[in-house]
Write a protein that binds this ligand. Structure first.
Ligand code: ZN
Length: 160
């Protein structure tokens, strides 16, 4: 096995350096269950996350690396999505990222008249941020862009 540390993507949580770890067990139950006494994992040397799992880890370093790098690639996709602040849909509708009071993001669907689409499919007037109640936000904000786009398409599709 010649998988080297430099073939590992940085940590998906903190961007830190990743390293292989090897676990060898003397527990007969574990050996019997896994049909081997050695397992491999990848961990972050900075924040300590580890993909070894609870018992023994992967059968080979290559498998451990593949799992680690797959996770890192997903994280990269999340980052790209996070850079997008709005999606333009046909009919002047836009799905816009909206920062909440706690610093997290939700998504709003707006038309060109500055109305805001609710979960029940109504285009409502949007009050100023300070006047928005939790109930209003619950009705007019979506947890992901994909969910908001899907909802907008469904509502618009029904109107045609
Ligand atoms: Zn880390």
């Amino acid at each position: 096995m010649t998988t080297k540390t430099d073939e590992l993507e940085p940590c998906p949580c903190c961007g830190g350096e990743a390293a292989f770890n090897t676990t060898r067990t003397t527990c007969r139950e574990t050996i019997k269950l896994n049909k081997r006494d050695t397992g491999y994992g990848v961990n972050c040397v900075v924040c300590g996350i580890n993909n070894r799992g609870l018992v023994l880890g992967y059968e080979s370093k290559a498998l451990a690396a593949e799992a680690w790098n797959r996770r890192a690639a997903l994280r990269e996709q999340d980052r790209e999505d996070a850079e997008i602040t709005a999606y333009a849909l046909p009919g002047g509708i836009s799905v816009e990222r909206s920062m909440q009071r706690d610093g997290t993001y939700l998504w709003a669907v707006r038309d060109s008249y500055e109305h805001c689409l609710s979960r029940s499919g109504q285009w409502d007037y949007e009050p100023f941020p300070s006047a928005r109640t939790d109930e209003w936000i619950g009705q007019h904000r979506f947890s992901s862009a994909a969910f908001a786009i899907d909802h907008a398409r469904r509502i618009e599709g029904e109107g045609e």
